[in-house]
Write a protein that binds this ligand. Sequence first.
Ligand SMILES: Cc1ncc(COP(=O)(O)O)c(C=O)c1O
Length: 474
Amino acid sequence: MATPPPGQPAGPGSQGAHPTPGASHAVPRHPRLDPLADRYAARTHGMKSSEIRALFSVVSRPEVVSLAGGMPAVTALPLDAVGSMIGDLVSGMGAQTLQYGSGQGDPRLRERICDVMALEGITDAHPSDVVVTVGSQQGLDLVTRVFCDPGDVILAEGPSYVGALGVFQAAEARVRHVAMDADGLIPEALEQALLECRAAGDRVKFLYTVPNFHNPAGVTLSEPRRRAIVDLADRYDLLVVEDNPYGLLGFDHEPMRALRARNAQRVIYLGSFSKTFSPGLRVGWVLAPLAVREKLVLATEAQVLCPPSLTQYAVARYLDTQPWREQIKLFTELYRERRDATLESLDALMPPGTTWTRPDGGFYVWLQLPDGLDAKLMQPRAVAAHVAYVPGIGFYADGNGREFMRLSYCYPEPDQIREGVRRLARVIEAELDLHSTFDSVDTGSFRAVGGAPRVPDVDPSVGPVTGDRFEDRA
Ligand SMILES: Cc1ncc(COP(=O)(O)O)c(C=O)c1O
């Protein structure tokens, strides 16, 4: 039997394996458990199985109030009307709806997508500039594939959407977080990051940002900051990837003007029907300048040949025949009621020292625990108390965020939300009690600076994507 490399047990999978010194991907990892362990690509090594995936089997139990998942309230859709619309599509246009389609997506749907984007001030988009994708998640993946080599730097808000971090990790890009506050990404912090990357010789491939009703922070980029960020993009030759699934879900004001509406050449825009219609249909899109768009089409053809025809026709038909603007209004009223239930309960019940953001749209509240508490360590006790949330650490590529958690109010009914927040407040109080009992123990200082509502200032060091990934799917 071959001698195993240091630290590796000999086993069936290690036979015949000759790891190249220094090539980490060639080192057998769990040869006893997986005979193919020494064959996987290096990029798979950072892929961690998620604690949240395990948590999801727990949170689906009826006794648990889940403030964890970001699932849209699809039961508010006119399900019968949607059902017969899809049935009519297949019986009326079966040959097309069940056939392969174009890699770029159905032209009729791309036209309608331009109408949707006009609601956020994007009035110059042509259907030929749009690429239909399998949710905006595939759009994110395509853009990252087209632009990033291993080691390239992506700037991203701290915290950032967990699904984007997973894509960046898979591409072996390095994520550098840029601080946010209640008005979204801080332009001065962005400029500082750009200067430091420049000084370090790091190639910044793009800024990834979610300007509206941020996932997970719940905050929205203010109008002056939108101008400042587009201005910085011009001055620093920065490409911006604007990920905007929630922009039409505002509670208090008309949709804000997209970054893409201010600069068509420097901003790649990602859109989705997951939050305004249905996430299960998996229809999103990318709006990009011509040269980028051509590469995106080649990349998507290599990946999926074409987006699914049936769901594209379903979305186009929905936009053509159903009152979709009224439906979005209905969704926002429902989410507003749930946001109110969340904020009122938090205001009434949370112990001193706990702070949170106050979203005016979208799905999420970002909560900061009192000094020294750790949302991840607290999670099993919360689940035991029948309430679930997503610990903040999953939204950072650099291990930060332990004192934060994301609460989603999109799915539970207001009464469930109130009960969930009541349970959570008790868990935090118990944790505080425990903490004060052991206050001689050095718990470390995770706390961010600044006034409530707060999103942390993040250690600006560039690091590989190492944070836990959560099978959050939203
Ligand atoms: C910020 C953000 N971007 C992208 C996505 C992915 O959405 P889709 O369902 O369109 O793939 C989500 C889903 O929650 C999200 O929150």
